[in-house]
Design a protein around this ligand. Structure first.
Ligand code: KG4
Ligand code: ZN
Length: 335
């Protein structure tokens, strides 16, 4: 019998639903909320209201795109955390109601688990073990996936996530939210050696980006009255220099972890894995050391439900099911 998994993701500001059938992605629909841009970041109350408005249409669109009906679905996979409580609750309540009314299993998926297994969306994922750098707006983790659904966290950020650092520095530079893609775009025309922003190097494989963020703030403040003129001439250079500092810190830990754990298969996932400089550095590292690199397609780097459906399928096949008491866990850790 065919396993058809409906995945639902509403942990932040994207309302998403996807359908996978026997490991093949049949549909992926993401409705991105744009109302937050004028506030320079996600407003939790607005996000949950928008999810309420969007969820029925997004799930229906995914089922239609898959050319199936709800009665074909074997299980509903849903993000239970981490994320914004009000946002998580919309997807979770909807998924529970759907699973109960269809009398099919509910599979709770950790959002980070979704990013870790997003490399399997197109059907060409790595064999285990693989080392996965999860870099997004909310998380920066280095995870050793020893076997499917069996992972060890080697390192994580002690303060800001990498994407959060991109977004906050972009805001300082007067760029729109989300800042990562903007900095990436501007950095293409800039000189990464223009200014040497500090690189953090912690014991083990942990990361820290708050010192870097503060150093950009001090650098900009020191420009005083010349700031606007200076930015007009050197914005791409500052973006490129900042971006290189983030990429160097990420790559330093990734390189050391790959060597110490002797892992050949490397993955980078999450929103920041869309970054062109990070992709280039990871590709260069893997080419030189004869390792294999796995990066999801651009649309599956950002939050989406295809990754939740794929992780849900892996859990469903491992006979994992959640009961209807599953609750939103805004601070859920990757188990
Ligand atoms: O995975 P994601 O969509 O959501 C979270 O789980 O957080 O990641 C969003 C983050 C944002 O911080 C955004 O600025 C960053 O990913 N991002 C990028 C790029 N594209 C998205 N950061 C750097 N370069 C990019 N090209
Ligand atoms: Zn995410």
């Amino acid at each position: 019998m065919t396993d058809v998994i409906l995945g639902i993701e509403t942990s932040c500001d994207d309302t998403a639903a996807a359908v996978v059938s026997d490991g093949r992605l049949l549909a992926s629909v993401v409705s991105s909320q744009t109302g937050h841009q004028r506030f320079g970041g996600v407003v939790p109350e607005l996000a949950s209201r928008d999810h309420q408005r969007n969820i029925v249409g997004v799930v229906r669109a995914a089922i239609d795109e898959a050319q199936l009906s709800l009665s074909d679905v074997s299980a509903v996979a849903v993000t239970y955390g981490p994320g914004l409580a009000g946002s998580l609750l919309v997807g979770l309540s909807f998924a529970k109601a759907l699973a109960a009314s269809l009398d099919i299993p509910l599979v709770g998926v950790n959002h980070i688990e979704g990013h870790v297994y997003s490399v399997y969306i197109d059907g060409n994922g790595p064999s285990t073990p693989y080392l996965c750098l999860v870099v997004s707006g909310g998380h920066t983790l280095l995870v050793l996936v020893e076997d499917i659904l069996s992972h060890r966290i080697l390192g994580s950020t002690r303060d800001d996530a990498a994407g959060e650092a991109f977004d906050k520095v972009a805001k300082m530079l007067g760029l729109p939210y989300p800042g990562g893609p903007e900095i990436d775009r501007l950095a293409q025309a800039g000189n990464p050696d223009f200014h040497a922003f500090p690189r953090s190097r912690l014991d083990g494989f942990d990361f820290s980006f708050s010192g870097l963020k503060t150093s950009v703030l001090y650098y900009l403040n020191a420009l005083g009255a010349d700031r606007d003129d200076y930015l007009r001439n050197h914005l791409p250079d500052i973006c490129a220099s900042f971006q290189m500092a983030v990429v160097d810190s990420l790559m330093d830990a990734l390189r050391r972890a790959a060597t110490e754990t002797d892992t050949r298969n490397i993955a980078i996932t999450g929103g920041v894995s869309a970054n062109s400089s990070l992709r280039a550095a990871a590709a260069d590292f893997c080419r030189r050391q004869d390792r294999s690199l796995y990066v999801p397609k651009f649309e599956y780097c950002m939050d989406n439900a295809a990754m939740i459906a794929v992780a849900g399928l892996l859990k469903y096949r491992a006979a994992f099911a959640s009961d209807l008491t599953l609750t939103a866990e805004p601070g859920a850790a990757l188990l």
